[in-house]
Design a protein around this ligand. Sequence first.
Ligand SMILES: CC(=O)N[C@H](C=O)[C@@H](O)[C@H](O)[C@H](O)CO
Ligand SMILES: CC(=O)C(=O)O
Length: 305
Amino acid sequence: MAFSEKNLKGLIAATFTPMTSCGAINLPVIQQYVDYLVQKQNVTNIFVNGTTGEGLSLSIQERKSLTEEWVKHARGKMDNVIVHVGCPSIMDSKDLAAHAASCGADAISAVCPSFVKPSSLDALVLYLQEVASAAPSLPFYYYHIPKLTGITYQINDLLGKVKQNIPSFRGVKFSDVNLMEFSLCVHAYKEYDFLYGVDEQLLGALAFGAHGAVGSTYNYLGKITGDLVKAFEDGNIQNARNIQFCIQEFLIYVFDMGWGLPEFKDIMSLFSGIPLGPSRLPLVSSIRSDHHDAIKDRIKKMDSV
Ligand SMILES: CC(=O)N[C@H](C=O)[C@@H](O)[C@H](O)[C@H](O)CO
Ligand SMILES: CC(=O)C(=O)O
């Protein structure tokens, strides 16, 4: 069975889902979006239909159409398309996993259902095994985001159980601030890829050996974050710190305004010029047109770092 041997590394943009003003998915925007990431942000990996892409607010048919479109336009231009297939129903996740494989995606990833949570760590492993088995040829990444799912099993405990049970298991998208837990995993499980997901402290995760990073800010801060990674790799830690601090300042501004995902989507539209449209209910953005200049100024300021 064909099983991709390439590892995931570098920056991976967690894409927003383009929508029309009426709230339908807007597929024709995707080609422009892919070109923007490659040409303007130097980002050649995407994670689609995840948290940032409002994957759990989309219908299964919408998720399939989006996957097809992202894969189609990324082909020949990008290195990897990772499709998030987590759903409240395991049947839907298996359906999406098989679909991702049939369209030529490079990898899949899933959160565990969290309205009805796994009753034990073993139950979580069984769930992941079942989903991964629907696309055995694709590398599988567990998506750990305890702040949103409330599923808090230690990842190093989980990894001890997946090896024998999930042959396609390839790593973790680790979206949590606990860097010690992250470090323990990187150290003990050298065979897996660890992709960090808290953009505001990526430098800490790089120091602990992160192989790559998946995040929403890499849509518009991909280039500057690429400079951060390069500075780190070159041993220029002071420069890497300066860049990370700038990114933190921007995010502190966003959080202090009380903003989150729907506002991040507006920020991306504003900055890139790509019409991503609104988020889907129950998300509503509170950015108004009189915020636009301040946001643009703050992002431009980072270019001078
Ligand atoms: C909760 C959430 O969406 N996390 C994203 C990825 O996992 C991050 O990319 C954040 O958007 C980013 O770190 C800003 O907080
Ligand atoms: C941010 C992220 O990784 C996601 O959108 O799933």
